[in-house]
Design a protein around this ligand. Structure first.
Ligand code: FES
Length: 106
């Protein structure tokens, strides 16, 4: 396993307080931009069921799952409203030259 920074997209392709799906290899991620212009990344699928969080609603640092309205903190991955209980895995995220990068194990 070798952690590497992978380019996701241009930072301005993600609206403020929004989320996009990013697929790489076998994995899928949700990449968030908060209302404070901070970027975070978590696993793409909700830990409650196989629903992609990129279809959910971002409110500040909160992502609300589109299926049963469970909530997570997208910065820490912590589950903060049932039925979501298991935290999301998070990934280091940075902006460089106007692009979003995430660090993942390859
Ligand atoms: S699938 Fe996300 S809360 Fe149920």
């Amino acid at each position: 396993m070798n952690p590497q920074w992978i380019e996701v997209c241009a930072a301005d392709e993600i609206d403020l307080e929004d989320v996009v799906r990013f697929d790489h290899g076998e994995k899928t991620f949700a990449v968030y931009r908060t209302d404070k212009d901070e970027f975070y990344t978590t696993d793409g699928f909700c830990t409650h069921a196989q629903v992609h969080l990129a279809d959910g609603l971002v409110m500040g640092e909160i992502i609300e799952c589109p299926k049963h309205n469970g909530r997570f903190n997208c910065a820490s991955g912590q589950a903060i409203r049932k039925p979501a209980i298991v935290p999301l895995k998070t990934y280091p995220t940075k902006i460089e030259n106007g692009n979003v990068y995430i660090e993942i194990e390859l």
